[in-house]
Write a protein that binds this ligand. Sequence first.
Ligand SMILES: [Zn+2]
Length: 420
Amino acid sequence: MEGDFIDEVGRKFGYDAELINALKRCIPAMIEGKSDEEIELLKNTLSRVQIYTFDKRPTQKEVDDITSEKVNGRNNHVTTIECDKGEYDRGTPCGGYVNQPIFDENMNIVDRVGFIYLTNLDEGSSTAEFYGTKINLSHLIHELGHAWSAQKGEYEQEENGNFTMRVGTARFKHRVDRINHTVEEVSIKGLYVEEALNSIEEEDTLYKMFDIESYRDIPGYIPSDYQGIMTSMMRHYKDKLGEDIFQKMRLLKEDDGIERFQKYFDQTEFMKKMSEPEYYVEKEKELASAQETNMSDAAKKRIRDFFEKYRSLYLTPQNNNNFIECLDSTMEQVFSFMSIRYSYDIMQEDGMDAYRRTQIAMMSEGYKPVNEVSEMIEEKEHDSIENTSKTIERDSSSDDDKPLGEKRIDSKCVGDERDI
Ligand SMILES: [Zn+2]
């Protein structure tokens, strides 16, 4: 992408030289290894999504004011009912990609708004010095990543007015009442997978820009809640299942790659276990292990309350049998569980031990389905290759026409399986 293009975007939105310069440094690293189609999507994102920077963390009102300005009264006839986002939604973050559809009088989506806001680093801070700018490059890359992955197919509306908002792998389903002009967010799926994937992109971009191997090499860097456990789990998924599949799902909204894992997932032990009540009895015992320590009663109660509040997430048989949703739910469990550590008094040694044991149990849940699926694929590939070579052997020693036909089908199958 040419620097001229970024200058042009800068003029359009009135960016200062520092932001333009930051974009010119980040974008080449962000697009390295991406396809032409994906790069084109990023260009369109930059032209569509304005970036606002604040010297101190903006209030919710300041962010809402930007939204109102962009929407410009076009949604005055619409009432929005929000969905509970659980631990994900804790106050106004210091940066974000904010988006909204615009409705006509019949509740058809006719336009969309989207913008990014960021909080600058303290001038003279060690991170700002390392970056060579007060623009928070890590947040800039992260929010641009979400906006980029929302560029294609952000809103998919059905005949009845209901729509799905897709930001990368995250799907926010909304019910629309065309008569009463209400929009209700009914479910959110794939959000944690999106955050983990986007955080990996953010890390890898920084590593390329600064020639470092870990975010720990950035002075004063504060990792987000997604970095660490969630990103390492996701890096493992990418290694086991293939990088491309996740990238295509995020940026191009191509789901066929991931859908092909479903049939393997359906056969896994993990999948069978998820529907067995005994499994949840055992799990409840594991999660309750904190109750057997001598931490304070108040802390024990908080932990009990936490699992009651999130019973449907941790302790109820999962009714979604979707592979990506299953990965998402295990990630959400780990993510929400981490919030206990921040809010509650469990840092005493015995409490810590129960906490660690529970966390490890949850993480192994996250790895199990992926490992099982990849093992099955490997086995299948191995079998197919053996079968094909047998067919070839038989072919060379036989004058029968029939195996030749079979061979063609076989080799096509092998090709398909390898494609995953
Ligand atoms: Zn994010």
